[in-house]
Design a protein around this ligand. Sequence first.
Ligand SMILES: [Cu+2]
Length: 171
Amino acid sequence: MHCDDKATVSLEGVKAGPHTLPVVLAQNDHVEVEHNASSVEIQYAPTSPKPPATRAAPTGAPSIKILSPKPGETVSGSFDVKIGVKNFDLICAEMGKPDVPGHGHWHLSFETMKGPMMGMMTMAAMSCDQTLHASTAGLKPGSSHKLIALLADNVIAPLIPAVADSVEAKV
Ligand SMILES: [Cu+2]
């Protein structure tokens, strides 16, 4: 998902040949505006196709920890959420591709990670890096909010059982 008018995607692991790239607008709560969705056909003709990743899954139980902000910290405007993961590989090129055990990315949610659409309605952003840029826009100054970081697989679904960490931050 993107909030700019441009997105960069990886074709790593994608078969050569025709592919359809659909795009659809989504509201703040991720409900999709399907009636004016659009798509484009592309011909993928790589000079040296990259095979799907074959890295083995890390052994051990995956975990995620929010390193910043610290519990109770006050944040304002644009701020970074930094995480550390163990026994899990964050791999940008595999987002939206077939699932590989132990591979994926992470989601940042406000207040809760439960609810309809696998908890997506409160998802603020997703990232395949250790740092994610978040914003307090729309949150009342002086209010307190729970920031939740949770691991998700390549197909965007949160891990089951959930692997998550949370901190309360003030705005
Ligand atoms: Cu995701």
